[in-house]
Design a binder for this molecule. Structure first.
Ligand code: 5GP
Ligand code: MG
Length: 190
């Protein structure tokens, strides 16, 4: 379980605004780099000798993770993206609106690449949809996992870091559209 070790308020001197929140480093650059490499190696081993896996990144949050992950892969892969909008609320059956879909996945071995699993609602919908479209197999690689928040029973096959119930930003993850570009993963201090 990752716990924050050092406090660093992100440099907001450029374009700072009253909306800035205080951020604390949870996972540093080097730690992310090492873990992403390990995940890529593990996935590469599992799919070695198979037909090229189709890596499906979930936008927007997974864009940086996906880019780093595929560059560490030891086997050839194909890359697609999906964009979904999840509705938060009490409906635990889960409803997501598909804003950008993935096609031609019949018979493919799919690896869904997701930034973070929280309640699990988004991911369970995505996995169901990919199965319905006739994928031969579906596995999930999530950079971050917050198991304490789970509402729907889904598990990732590959997890980068298990974290407590923090709201995190950076390395692709946003808070109201901000902070995706930060190279480390931060928790928002509340
Ligand atoms: P779930 O459907 O599992 O509850 O939510 C998954 C989605 O919610 C993620 O793909 C992500 O976009 C968003 N999300 C959940 N937790 C966090 C978080 O701590 N930080 C950010 N930036 N997004 C989160
Ligand atoms: Mg997301």
């Amino acid at each position: 379980m990752m716990e924050p070790r050092r406090t660093r308020v992100v440099d907001v001197s450029r374009n700072s605004s009253s909306e800035d929140v205080e951020l604390e480093v949870l996972i540093g650059k080097e730690e992310i780099r090492k873990r992403v490499k390990e995940l890529a190696e593990e996935i590469s081993r599992d799919y070695e000798g198979c037909e090229r896996p189709l890596m499906v990144g979930i936008l927007n949050g997974a864009f940086i993770f996906m880019a780093d992950l595929v560059r560490e892969m030891k086997i050839p892969v194909e890359i697609e993206f999906m964009r979904v909008k999840s509705y938060s609320g009490s409906d635990t059956t889960g409803k997501v609106e598909v804003l950008m879909d993935v096609n031609n996945i019949r018979g493919r071995k799919v690896v869904v690449v997701e930034d973070i699993i929280d309640t699990g609602i988004t991911l369970s919908c995505i996995v169901r949809r990919i199965r319905e479209k006739g994928a031969e197999s579906v596995r999930v690689c999530a950079l971050l996992d917050k198991p304490s928040r789970r509402v729907v029973d889904v598990k990732a096959d590959y997890v980068g870091f298990t974290i407590p119930d923090y709201f995190v930003v950076g390395y692709g993850l946003d808070y109201n559209g901000r902070y995706r570009e930060l190279p480390e993963i931060y928790r928002i201090r509340s």
